[in-house]
Design a protein around this ligand. Sequence first.
Ligand code: LMR
Length: 392
Amino acid sequence: MLDALKPQPQDKILQLIAMYRDDPRTQKIDLGVGVYKDATGLTPVMRAVKAAEKKLWEDETTKTYTALAGDPAFSAAMVGMILGEGFADRAAAVATPGGTGAIRQALELIKLAAPGATVWISAPTWPNHPSIIKYLGMAMAEYRYFDEATRGVDFAGLMADLAKVKAGDAVLLHGCCHNPTGANLTLDQWAEVVKLLADKGAVPLVDLAYQGFGDGLDEDAAATRLIAGAFPEVLIAASCSKNFGIYRERTGILIALTSPERKAVVQGNLNFLNRQNYSFPPDHGARLVTMILGDAALAADWKAELEEVRQNMLGLRQQLADEFRRATNSDRYDFVATHRGMFSRLGLSEAQVNRLRDEHGIYMVGDSRINIAGLNAKTVPILAAAIAAVGG
Ligand code: LMR
């Protein structure tokens, strides 16, 4: 049976991890996978996470199963963090293994409810979005998103393409910190998108993997809150990997907003999907998040550290934009300072990306997406000079 298997294409982001690891050069720079690193290159365990883990080790008396949906306290805490007050009677939710698990369950829920629905994705988007949609055999369409010339959002193209969305189609939107481009809609533009899609009768699927990495914890949820208030049905796939720094704990949530009358049935379907795919979701990371969000002192410390992380990335963005001005004698990379989140797509050719890797030991995704947090004050000028050297 297994003889019939064909080799699978490697994930372009994860492939870079192995290539970087196997590169013997000591001066190499990793700007690949979206993992936060501090100035020393470490992905730290956040202080509040450590404190919660210590307390959990002392207090936890059982490891028995939680519930198919995970701990309801986790769902309540996450709905509160993402949406604020007032959604409890509309929000069905399940804990999932990371943000990817939430995306997968969201797509499965769409497939279960509306097998013929088309899922719209931004061009470009995180490569795993189309990969999972294709794997599930769902219909897919793209809407324009990125303007290669300005490295900003192609808003006219986006609106023109979303005007073709049909009632009942699902539209995958990056709630903040667009991956891979780093270019984001303004709140006014979001309002226009919301109006257009609500008039069409579309169902938004919000991918919220970087809340707190862009303009702030509440600011990064603003678009999602706008959407939540404007549509009768909304799916939100959120990750705690980045903002809590608990990547390997696989902590995420799928929230499905519906009417209070439909909530029990929707919740039952979410539970069913968890049962089919992995039964009980992982609990450790979810429990830490619940403890942190439910404890004023831990929450304050976590928010303070998250803010340091965000400010560090903003500082690196400004420094990089300044260095690009020096290295290229132009302002064409100023967009790096206005992009938000971990990523910026620089607009280099694949040949330039390959030269950066081969000649300079600088690793970025083939579409020239860089992880800003892979840089530090010393490597920023090295990157800018190397890009100028390959004609960028
Ligand atoms: C990324 O885009 O680099 C992250 O979301 C990590 C991943 O799983 O691809």
